[in-house]
Ligand binder design. Structure first.
Ligand SMILES: Cc1cc2nc3c(=O)[nH]c(=O)nc-3n(C[C@H](O)[C@H](O)[C@H](O)COP(=O)(O)OP(=O)(O)OC[C@H]3O[C@@H](n4cnc5c(N)ncnc54)[C@H](O)[C@@H]3O)c2cc1C
Length: 374
């Protein structure tokens, strides 16, 4: 619900940035500059700050669209028919791409890349907002218009957000997608798909709820499951990593399921409990309750699927239409497995995902108490 009081960027600083809750999605700054107000800028460390306070119109939109404020929660929850604990859903599959090159490059089954490819090749979208890997292990947002460009972005990194100029040896997860949407509007691209973590998708949904330009260009969203972001840099500083002499340069690929799995270049696979990773998660992630990307059209993650497959939650009718067409046209294939046997017990895919969604909600509640008790 919208509060009666107008909340300005000062409130955003006090309630989000100063509380260490900012995901650095840059939504507030992008909105401000996209609309020619130019009161805000991204500071050196990736957090928003005033560029020129006198230009601030104190309209409060930057506050409303922040994924960390409770404003507009009720509106989007109603619009997307949210239900505890993982939002609305119609179907759940374990699936993979039929394209072996995509599968080879992908994090899990390459479903995200293949769905985007289907949409591009069949004129459903003009471009897909994805994140391209950079040499220094960072990621920058880009608009992919064909298979080759999609392949530059295939695969995942787990990290805390940082400003692009400051990437250094850390990975970025919450890169400034809104800036890219604006660029695509200028290039006359009218229909875009967006891949993002829950905070990124939520910022877009809030903008769409307020009809804020240019969020109307996003016609399809693929949301990645996300327990937390972290940097490999921080991971290798952990006690267990030091004990095993874990070095970033030896890591070939990273997966995340019910554990973090490091595929070492030597061929060794290291399974790390997520509790270890939690210790290096940013406060902003601990203050997020959304694991399964509840407001996306389709959500995707590794959890619950066997190696080489992606778990897919089809949430609404547009998600169903896109997924069925991609399946029909042979871009993706279902594994047919909906029951996973582990330690002699059978688990349904939906139950595994639901358990994690609940876990993240409980962690969020506990974190709220810690913050309030401080
Ligand atoms: C920060 C983060 C945390 C995650 N946490 C979990 C988890 O806890 N449990 C779980 O089951 N799955 C998690 N995932 C999702 C999982 O790792 C895979 O991305 C998902 O299974 C899709 O695999 P795929 O092979 O179908 O995707 P691919 O075909 O490999 O495509 C991946 C897509 O994700 C985009 N992408 C990659 N990195 C980022 C990023 N940092 N931010 C935004 N977009 C990105 C790429 O541009 C690409 O379009 C996480 C992903 C990220 C990025």
């Amino acid at each position: 619900m919208l509060s009666k009081k107008i909340l300005s960027f000062d409130n955003l600083i006090a309630e989000v940035v100063d509380q260490n809750l900012c995901n650095r999605c840059e939504g507030c700054v992008s909105f401000c500059s996209a609309n020619g107000i130019s009161a805000l800028k991204i500071g050196k460390d990736g957090y928003p700050e005033y560029l020129d306070k006198d230009k601030c119109m104190e309209g409060g939109i930057c506050y409303l669209i922040c994924p960390k404020t409770i404003e507009l929660e009720e509106e989007i929850s109603e619009k997307y028919n949210w239900k505890y604990p993982l939002g609305q859903w119609q179907d759940i599959f374990s699936a993979r791409s039929t394209d072996s090159v995509i599968r080879e490059a992908a994090t899990d089954g390459g479903i995200v890349t293949s769905l985007l490819l289907y949409m591009l090749e069949n004129n459903v979208i003009d471009g897909a907002i994805v994140s391209r890997r950079t040499e220094n292990c960072g990621r920058i947002p880009m608009i992919a218009k064909n298979r080759a460009e999609l392949l530059e972005a295939t695969g995942s990194f787990w990290s805390e957000a940082t400003h692009l100029d400051e990437l250094g040896n850390v990975y970025s997860s919450c890169f400034p997608v809104i800036k890219v949407i604006k660029e695509s509007a200028e290039k006359d691209m009218k229909r875009l798909a967006l891949v993002g973590t829950p905070c990124q998708i939520k910022a877009i949904r809030k903008m769409q709820a307020m009809n804020i330009v240019p969020s109307h260009l996003i016609v399809f969203t693929i949301g990645l499951f996300c327990m937390q972001c972290f940097t490999l840099d921080d991971l290798v500083k952990q006690e267990f990593a030091k004990k095993h002499n874990l070095k970033i340069e030896d890591v070939g690929k990273v997966n995340i399921k019910d554990k973090l799995i490091l595929h070492m270049k030597s061929g060794l696979k290291i399974h790390i409990p997520l509790e270890e990773v939690e210790q290096i998660a940013h406060d902003a992630c601990l203050a997020c309750s959304d694991f399964a990307n509840d407001y996306a059209d389709i959500s995707a993650g590794g959890l619950g699927s066997e190696d080489g497959y992606t778990s897919i939650i089809v949430r609404n009718s547009i998600g169903k239409q896109i997924y069925s067409e991609a399946l029909y046209k042979g871009y993706v294939e279902n594994s047919g497995v909906s029951i996973i046997t582990k330690k002699d017990r059978d688990y349904k895919l939906i139950d595994i995902i639901r358990d994690f969604a609940i876990k993240k909600r409980i962690r969020y509640e506990q974190h709220q108490h810690i913050v309030t008790d401080k």
